[in-house]
Design a protein around this ligand. Structure first.
Ligand SMILES: NC(=O)c1ccc[n+]([C@@H]2O[C@H](COP(=O)([O-])OP(=O)(O)OC[C@H]3O[C@@H](n4cnc5c(N)ncnc54)[C@H](O)[C@@H]3O)[C@@H](O)[C@H]2O)c1
Length: 251
């Protein structure tokens, strides 16, 4: 019974930003459990190679471009008949003291991390609502719950808090339509996104001291939770923001 709940055979899953890092681990986990996975990423070379390695498909997508999001969603839905799972994972991080943050940097972070999640949720959610079935997993962050130390990143933190609230709002609105929407709030995970921070001795020291586990997490730690939330094992869960952060937000 419990094996069946994690079986994604026959399901179509779209993972934005699935070319590398956390998104790639999630795409791998979903594919291993039988889903037909479409990696949707703006990095065409890495994304196409990653999709081929999974036996999945690749779609070139910039989540900031709402017309492109709509076209890609319609195209994937038309080719497969439906989309069962959407993982809104594409995201970027920038660091700058708030008084000096350039307007373009603020707009870029909000555009990718928040607007991108919105465009994709709306474009793919439309078909899910019409069909009465679907699961959306948004990648938020512990930065949407607590402010990071020592690096300044108000735009990033605000964008992730907004993703958490977007998650709850859609969860409530779409529950009667059979569509579940949950979010994951990862702590520090070893990927390209954290590479620069981990190369900074002072940042790394503070990051690890503030993490009860004393180490960064692996993308697979996030992927295991995404697999659960995307599957029927989480059938009674919606509107949840679940932390995978080595205990960071517990003290
Ligand atoms: N790594 C961490 O510590 C950490 C912690 C909390 C949350 N997150 C979140 O997890 C998600 C994945 O992060 P990661 O660490 O794997 O980063 P990463 O930089 O390794 O990968 C991000 C992927 O997103 C793609 N991408 C970026 N902008 C895009 C756009 N506009 N359209 C389409 N694709 C785009 C990139 O090409 C890349 O493949 C992000 O939302 C990030 O904010 C990461």
């Amino acid at each position: 019974m419990y094996r069946e709940k994690f079986d994604l055979g026959g399901r179509v899953a779209v993972v934005t930003g699935g070319a590398q890092g956390i998104g790639n681990a999630i795409a791998t986990a979903l594919a291993e459990h039988g889903a037909k996975v479409v990696i949707a990423d703006m990095d065409v070379n890495t994304g196409a190679a990653a999709a081929a390695a999974l036996g999945g498909e690749f779609a070139a997508l910039n989540v900031r471009d709402r017309a492109m999001v709509r076209t890609v969603a319609e195209d994937i839905s038309a080719r497969h008949g439906h989309v069962d799972i959407l993982v809104n994972n594409a995201g970027i991080a920038r660091n700058s003291p708030s008084v000096d943050t350039p307007a373009e940097e603020w707009l870029e972070v909000i555009d990718v991390n928040l607007n991108g999640v919105w465009w994709c949720s709306q474009a793919f959610g439309r078909g899910m609502v019409a069909r009465g079935k679907g699961a959306i997993v948004n990648i938020g962050s512990m930065s949407g719950i607590v402010a990071n130390k020592p690096q300044a990143q108000t735009h990033y933190n605000a964008s992730k808090a907004a993703v958490h609230m977007l998650t709850k709002s859609l969860a409530a609105e779409w529950a009667p339509h059979g569509v579940r929407v949950n979010a994951i709030a990862p702590g520090y995970i070893g990927t390209e996104l954290t590479k620069r921070g981990l190369a900074n001795a002072e940042w790394k020291k503070q990051w690890l001291e503030m993490t009860p586990f004393g180490r960064v997490g692996d993308p697979s730690d996030v992927a295991a939770l995404a697999l659960f939330l995307a599957s029927d094992a989480a059938a009674y869960m919606s509107g949840s923001v679940v932390s995978v952060d080595g205990g960071y937000t517990s003290w």
